[in-house]
Write a protein that binds this ligand. Structure first.
Ligand SMILES: Nc1nc2c(c(=O)[nH]1)N[C@H]1C(S)=C(S)[C@@H](COP(=O)(O)O)O[C@H]1N2
Ligand SMILES: [Mo]
Length: 362
C-alpha cells in the first residue's frame, strides 16, 4: 500500500510505523534524491504537528533558556542551505544478515540513504543566542513521536557532542529540496547532522537540552550501538557497545542489481560512495571478475557533506560475473573486503565491499 507523499516503487519493510527504502535504480537516477522517493525510517507513528503552535525549547546548561516559535527561528537566524547525505546506520544490513542471522531488525538493502538540499538555521547560531554554559558536553534532542520499542514507551531522542553541534553543517532544517519539510521527514523542523548516522538527525524536534553527558534516550543509550559479535542483542542495556556517531567509509552498487540478466556487451555500473566526516572519496575501484582485476570508476562529487556518485562502463561477455566495488578516501583507507569481519548482533555500519552477481545472457 502506498504511503502519503511517497512513490509506490518504495521498498516497504514495515507499514506501521512506515519504514521504506529507495529502490536502487531510483537512487541511481539523480544526485539529489526526490522527497517522494527518499527513505523513511520511523520508530513510532508520524506526528502531524501544527507549525503555528510548535515550539522549540532550548534549556539545560545554557545562559538563557529560551522557547522559539518557527517564526522566531526564521526571523532571528540566517537561513543556510546545504546539500547533505543522510544514511541510516542499518543501511546495507542485508549484507551482514547473509553472514549470520540478525533477528528483529529490518533487513535494509542499499537504499536507506539519500541526499537532499536542506535549508534552515544553524544549530550553532541558536546555541550562540542562548549561550552555552561551562561544563556542557552533549546536546540532547528530544522529539514528539513516541516509540513502543523501549519499555516503557518513550519519545524518540538522541544526542551529539557539543563540538559537533557547534559546526556550521549542523542545521535545524525546515526545508528539504526547496520545499517545506513534509510530515514524514520531520515537519515543521528537524535536526540534520551531516556525517553522522541518521539516528542523530532528530525529526519533529521539540526540545534541545545541553548537559554534561550523552542522552539517556533508548535510541542513544541502548540502540544504535555496535555490540561485540558474541553479545546477546536482546540482553543489551544502556551503555553497552560502541555508540554510533560519525559513519564509516562505505559504497554500494546500484546498477546492475543482484540477479540481473543484462544483454552481452557494454553495461554501465553505477553506485555511490560515502567518506567519513571530514574525508573525501578519492577513488572507487570496480571489478567484474570477483575482485581479480580492477578499474577506476568515474567520480561525481556533490559537495563536502554529500555522497560521491560513480559509474564505469564495462564490457560483459555471456556468462556469470561477480561485480565488486571498493572505495578509498583521502587517508588512503579502503573499505574492508569481508562482511564477516564487521558482523555485529544488530547489524549496523556494514561498510564492506558491495558485491552483485549478474548472469549475462548467452
Ligand atoms: N523523531 C524521530 N527522529 C528520527 C527517527 C525517529 O524515528 N523519530 N529516526 C531516525 C533514524 S534512525 C534515521 S535513519 C533518520 C531517517 O530520516 P528520514 O525518515 O527523514 O529519512 O531519522 C532519524 N530521526
Ligand atoms: Mo537509522
Amino acid at each position: 500500500m502506498a504511503y502519503p507523499g511517497k512513490r509506490d516503487d518504495m521498498v516497504v519493510h514495515e507499514q506501521d510505523p512506515y519504514n521504506a527504502e529507495t529502490a536502487p535504480e531510483v537512487l541511481a537516477a539523480s544526485a539529489v534524491t526526490p522527497v517522494d522517493a527518499f527513505y523513511s525510517r520511523n520508530h513510532g507513528p508520524v506526528p502531524e504537528l501544527d507549525p503555528a503552535t510548535w515550539r522549540l525549547e532550548v534549556d539545560g546548561l545554557v545562559g538563557t533558556p529560551t522557547s522559539f516559535t518557527l517564526k522566531d527561528l526564521r526571523r532571528d537566524f540566517e537561513q543556510h542551505e546545504l546539500t547533505a547525505t543522510m544514511q541510516c546506520a542499518g543501511n546495507r544490513r542485508a549484507g551482514l544478515a547473509a553472514v549470520a542471522p540478525i533477528p528483529g531488525e529490518a533487513l535494509w538493502d542499499v537504499g536507506t540513504i539519500g541526499t537532499a538540499r536542506w535549508a534552515g538555521a544553524r544549530l550553532a547560531d541558536v546555541l550562540a543566542a542562548v549561550g552555552v554554559a561551562d561544563g556542557a558536553t552533549d546536546v540532547v534532542m528530544d522529539a514528539s513521536d513516541v516509540s513502543q520499542q523501549p519499555v516503557p514507551p518513550e519519545t524518540y531522542g538522541s544526542s551529539i557532542p557539543v563540538h559537533k553541534a557547534l559546526r556550521p553543517e549542523v542545521l535545524l532544517a525546515w526545508q528539504m529540496n526547496d520545499a517545506p519539510l513534509t510530515a514524514a521527514h520531520g515537519a515543521p523542523v528537524r535536526v540534520v547532522v551531516p556525517g553522522y548516522v541518521g539516528a542523530r538527525s532528530v525529526k519533529w524536534v521539540r526540545r534541545v537540552t545541553l548537559q554534561d553527558h550523552p542522552s539517556e534516550h533508548y535510541f542513544q543509550a541502548t540502540a544504535y550501538r555496535v555490540l561485540p559479535p558474541s553479545a546477546d542483542a536482546a540482553a543489551a542495556g544502556p551503555g553497552d557497545g560502541i555508540s554510533l556517531g560519525p559513519w564509516s567509509l562505505t559504497s554500494a552498487i546500484l546498477v546492475p542489481a543482484d540477479g540481473d540478466r543484462p544483454a552481452p556487451g557494454r553495461t554501465r555500473v553505477r553506485g555511490y560512495a560515502l567518506a567519513p566526516e571530514h574525508r573525501s572519496v578519492e577513488r572507487v575501484d570496480v571489478s567484474v571478475d570477483g575482485g581479480a582485476t580492477w578499474a577506476a570508476a568515474v567520480l561525481e562529487h556533490h559537495g563536502p557533506w554529500a555522497w560521491t556518485t560513480w559509474h564505469l562502463d564495462v564490457d560483459l561477455a555471456a556468462g556469470h560475473h561477480e561485480v565488486v566495488a571498493r572505495a578509498w578516501d583521502d587517508s588512503a583507507t579502503v573499505q574492508p573486503s569481508d562482511p564477516a569481519s564487521l558482523w555485529n548482533p544488530k547489524g549496523y555500519a556494514n561498510s564492506s565491499w558491495p558485491r552483485v552477481a549478474v548472469d549475462v545472457r548467452g
